[in-house]
Design a protein around this ligand. Sequence first.
Ligand code: HDE
Length: 668
Amino acid sequence: MDNKKTEQLKEYTIKNESNHGLTTNQGLKMAEDEFSLKAGLRGPTLMEDFHFREKMTHFDHERIPERIVHARGVGAHGFFQLYESLEEFTRADFLTDPSKITPVFVRFSTVQGSRGSNDTVRDVRGFATKFYTDEGNYDLVGNNIPVFFIQDAIKFPDFVHAVKPEPNTDIPQGATAHDTFWDFVGQNPETAHMVMWAMSDRAIPRSLRMMEGFGVHSFRLVNAAGRAHFVKFHWKPVLGVHSMVWDEAQQIAGKNPDFHREDLYEAIDKGQYPEWELGLQLIPEEEEHRFDFDILDPTKLWPEEEVPVRRVGKMTLNQNVSNFFAETEQIAFHPGHVVPGIDFSNDPLLQGRLFSYTDTQLSRLGGPNFHQIPINRPVCPFHNNQRDGMHQMTIHEGQTSYHKNGLNANQPAPVPAEQGGYAHYQERVDGRKIRGRSDSFLDFYSQAKLFYNSLAPYEQEHVRMALRFELGKCKSSMVKTNAVALLNQIDRSLAQEVADHIGAPLPAENLEVKSDKKSPALSMANTVLLPDTKKVAIVRVGDPDVELFAEWTTALTEQKVNYTIVGPKLHDLPNPLKVTATYETTDPTLFDAVLLASSEPVIPPTALAFIETTFKHYKPVALALGNPQALDAVRIKADEAGVYDLNNSNIQAFINGVAQGRFWERNL
Ligand code: HDE
């Protein structure tokens, strides 16, 4: 269970032991911790109360600035293991030795909202992985969407100002459905492709465990002989890629704002460890210009049908954090944390990120020694001549702290590349100093169209609905008009429907990209369908048959489906009938499917609402009813897709439905 990193963290961990007396931070045992020192029991508190001052001062400074973006996150420990050596492409030790178990820490995040915002907002999700390799930390700081809104890092502050809550009102929280975001989109058409992704179901994931991850930029892999390939990194979830529907996401935001973080925590806690395969798309250095897009442009993906994803290893998250602040909040990622064999490309967005991440930690973590914070420490030794600074935790002995030195035999000395030292890829660069954009970055719409074309009809409908919602929330008609003009460059009928619903004019001229090219890999309709780790609510009305319950729950458990028995009151009956959640403490939106078991002639409205909501969100519903007429009050019919009558069919059909997840053919 433990790995090199979690072992290392133990050195810094204080167990919650009960036999310690309470002391001040100076180690002084204190006889009293409830009352401040006063002049008389009813008198004023005294300045000399050092215990009060120390305790209060520490408390006053408990918070650090939240991240400017990706403020709300959740993290977990795990490990990565390679399937087969990639020495043909890279000399990175953790990518060439399949016997190696590399510890990782992953932090998932939303982008727009503050630390206290809702988990299920429509937003991009951050997917940042720190590999604690034997050659130093390697950070793959990615998102769950493979492209980005802008092409040049100098626009990032503008983009973030536009997407964040508006500065005059600090509204809205965790949402892109407002004027400044859409104004930015309209004025900066390079956003078109990513906007289509952000309006798709990708931006409302069912679970963090069911999202893809993408490194976004083109990086380089370099092998021992110095040969390079451009590479794009992917994380492919073993459970497949699944999303919510928008109505459900909005309801969950109220019913359980911590839905995603709790889902991750519980899965790991139960031993249902989330897993992703690492995928690589590789393009040899010589083929840089072979494509109809520029591979340096971060608003472009490499269609998987053109450049296949090679699955090279697996990451498993198997340990929750023991202290959120110490681990998840203090972890500091940086795309510039690389190891030998991994190098950068000239993507101008990546180049800017290489500056920003260390810089931001200086104010967030309070100084230049944040690499010494336990969660950030490499598992290999680190030595150099950097000294002092705020929060220095190391006592460096000796007279010399400079290179080159003679007094300490020139230690610590640089390590030649042949012995594992990092040597930059020797790319030839030739050009004029210029502020500008390459012409090869100017096709903003082809891949936006490719993405939309590739979606299943129900996914396309969700994009249209999302745009109607988001732009319908905008107040400025100029903003709405520009946004529709942008959509008119992607898909005329999409622009038409949105224009019609938001009261904006449709441009006279149809400017849509003429292409019916598709990339099936972009549609979530083609993903893996498994029942594993899905959540079923068994709604219990009256006193149903104990044996049947046992049969159902055994079958669910055997197929790794989790279940909760819901009823009007919490029970203390022996399993399997024990009610552990009530209509007040839980909600149908929090489950992937519902099984309603009723022995009663009439089903109470609270239980009916459970199946109605589940049905409305296209999820499977199983019915085991003493009185089938009891359903007359609701619109659910036993012959609808994804509705299972357990009086006539067995539980397996329902479990297959749970694996399928949604029944889009329902006419709602
Ligand atoms: Fe980030 N980004 N970013 N970003 N980003 C940050 O660093 C930045 C970009 C991403 O869980 C900040 O430590 C610039 C793309 C993730 O701790 C900051 C640009 C991608 C996280 C920063 C980008 C990302 C961050 C804020 C444009 C996907 C959360 C706090 C050039 C490939 C990491 C921090 C975590 C966080 C800057 C664009 C992913 C300010 C300047 C593209 C997952 O440094």
